[in-house]
Design a protein around this ligand. Structure first.
Ligand SMILES: Nc1ncnc2c1ncn2[C@@H]1O[C@H](COP(=O)(O)OP(=O)(O)OP(=O)(O)O)[C@@H](O)[C@H]1O
Ligand SMILES: [Mg+2]
Length: 231
């Protein structure tokens, strides 16, 4: 199924995880886990290291195939998409803050942030303007022209966050988005996430170990050996 034309900011879609299973080699990581996030709702996903939180985000974004089950982003079943259609879905409707940032090493901070807008057809000058605005919002106005290798871990994390929010995605997947930040900077960044998510009616699924970050969510889920459940 093709996700259709760009819907950034205009298609609040909930998330349904329905009976999802995932095994790596002979280790069953997720076993028939199910959960539902209403459109516009924010959920903090907690759980010990190695329980499969990042894997779950990868499945939701269509970056890894499920072994069984269904994942609906809005009305689109991610598990039934071709690789191209999954890429289109990510480009148009999903903002992903990766745990390891995954900035493009050969692009400046502002160009990294502009990428989702450019891929969705924005004019380069407008995309760069918007990218710089968001970098200013995360306290990086003076670092916009820097290359990723010149940035600290916390700065790279904020660039990754700006890139995930810049196209006003309907679904924001954030993997420990404040893991490298001091409490004051984390507070600024969390306020931005909350404000952008609320303003565009987006759905947020945020992996975090931080009480400060979990506090911006409407609900908490926990992933552990017993599966995925409300915490
Ligand atoms: N592509 C892969 N191939 C094989 N094993 C994998 C793969 N991806 C993840 N795993 C394994 O799945 C388990 C869960 O990994 P995952 O990264 O989802 O955990 P996590 O809950 O995000 O942990 P953390 O809190 O440390 O980030 C780990 O044991 C990891 O080694
Ligand atoms: Mg992880």
């Amino acid at each position: 199924m093709n996700p259709g034309p760009p819907q950034a900011g205009s298609a609040p879609g909930g998330l349904v995880i329905d009976g999802v299973a995932k095994t790596f080699e002979d280790r069953r990581l997720l076993d028939a886990v199910s959960m539902r996030i209403a459109p516009g709702e924010s959920v903090a996903l907690l759980g010990e290291s190695g329980t499969g939180k990042s894997t779950l985000l990868n499945l939701v974004a269509g970056l890894e195939p499920v072994d069984a089950g269904r994942i609906l982003v809005g009305d689109i079943d991610v598990c039934s998409l071709s690789a191209d259609a999954a890429a289109a879905l990510r480009r148009q409707r999903i903002g992903f803050v990766f745990q390891a940032f995954h900035l493009l090493p050969y692009l400046s901070a502002e160009r990294n942030v502009a990428v989702p807008l450019l891929l969705n057809g924005a004019k380069p000058a407008q995309a760069l303007d918007e990218a710089r605005r968001l970098l200013a919002d995360v306290g990086l106005a003076s670092r916009a022209a820097a290359m990723p290798r010149e940035l600290s871990g916390g700065e790279q994390q904020r660039v990754a966050l700006a890139r995930a929010l810049v196209h006003r995605p309907a679904l924001v997947l954030a993997d420990e988005p404040t893991g490298n930040l001091d409490p004051a900077t984390a507070g600024t960044v969390l306020a931005l996430i909350a404000e952008r998510v609320r303003a565009s009616g987006a759905t947020l699924l945020m992996v975090t170990h931080s009480e400060q970050a979990a506090a911006i969510a409407d609900r908490r889920w926990r992933l552990d050996a017993g599966g995925l459940h409300e915490a």
